[in-house]
Design a protein around this ligand. Structure first.
Ligand code: SAM
Length: 283
């Protein structure tokens, strides 16, 4: 018996490996290489251009934190735009709110969605919800002509290389600001503070958002399969402060059962380690 391992480089000097049972799907779309694996520890998982995107074991952390944090700050959100998120996990969490009327999801690569619908129903199964409208376009172009339209924008993107690059630019953040309603909130994938390459991307994203939004914070969560395991989202808003304006009782009344998110953790996740605060303050 030969052991099969999936290995990903987290830096030039660090590699992360998962023992796999099989590598059962591989395709190259117009935008990226898509691979699906089956493993004992993390269940089914898929990678884009050799980087872990979603696996069955820790996806709940990422999808809870991208969606429930802003919904607890503004439980009256009605119209949401998801940019990226082709696995469907973010849309799945949003569909749990009966109060949300419309979820537009703009994914550049239709092949990711189709493969996840086939191989990863845990995250993709709610893409058929009647409130979810799928657009297979570049999110950067999609948001350009939208004005005052969304209460919440969630950027569930790949890293700032390849198709995801434009989702980390100042011009894109400005277009998101314009696309948001007067109390609008933007949450975006913010990389990690730990390894240098990711930390540079994190600092750049934060300093650009700070120039545009009156409120711009960063919050953290624990993602075992992403480089260093320490990952961040940006929270930028036109009016709501993510800690002072949390509506704990209102959110708890939704009665959603969540495995990672809760309203106590919400307050704590904005308390950052000193080295991260220093990096963000230096901008
Ligand atoms: N949770 C994952 C993470 O943090 O690595 C992200 C998962 S989701 C699969 C990321 C998606 O963003 C990919 O399917 C990719 O095709 C999509 N994407 C990248 N750039 C995009 C763009 N400019 N417009 C829309 N979608 C984009």
């Amino acid at each position: 018996m030969i052991d099969l391992w999936y290995t990903e480089s987290h830096t030039e000097n660090v590699r992360f490996s998962i023992k796999i049972n099989k590598h059962f799907h591989s395709e190259t779309s117009e935008f990226q290489k898509i691979d699906f694996f089956e493993s004992t520890e993390f269940g089914t998982f898929f990678t884009l251009d050799g980087l872990m995107m979603v696996n069955e074991k820790d996806e709940f952390v990422y999808h809870d934190m991208i969606s429930h944090v802003p919904l607890a700050v503004n439980p009256s959100v009605k119209k949401v735009l998801v940019i990226g998120g082709g696995d469907g996990g973010t849309a799945r969490e949003l569909t749990r709110y009966e109060s949300i009327e419309r979820i537009d999801m703009v994914e550049i690569d239709e092949a990711v969605v189709r493969a996840c619908q086939k191989y990863l129903p845990l995250t993709a199964s709610k893409l058929e919800d009647s409130r979810v409208n799928l657009y297979f376009e570049d999110g950067v172009a999609f948001v350009k002509d939208k004005k005052d339209e969304y209460d919440l924008i969630l950027v569930d993107s790949t890293d700032p290389i390849g198709p995801g690059e434009g989702l980390f630019t100042r011009a894109f953040y400005q277009d998101c600001f314009d696309a948001l309603t007067k109390d609008g909130i933007l949450v975006n994938q913010h990389e990690s503070p730990y390894y240098q390459r990711d930390a540079i991307a994190m600092k750049k994203a934060h300093s650009k958002l700070k120039e545009i939004f009156p409120i711009s914070k960063v919050y953290q969560f624990h993602m075992p399969t992403y480089p260093s395991g320490h990952w961040l989202f940006g929270f930028a808003s036109k009016s709501f402060d993510p800690i002072k304006d949390i509506k704990k009782d209102e959110w708890n009344k939704f009665g959603l059962k969540t495995k990672y998110y809760n309203t106590d953790l919400h307050v704590g996740c904005f308390a950052l380690p000193t080295y991260v605060k220093e990096m963000l303050d230096k901008n």
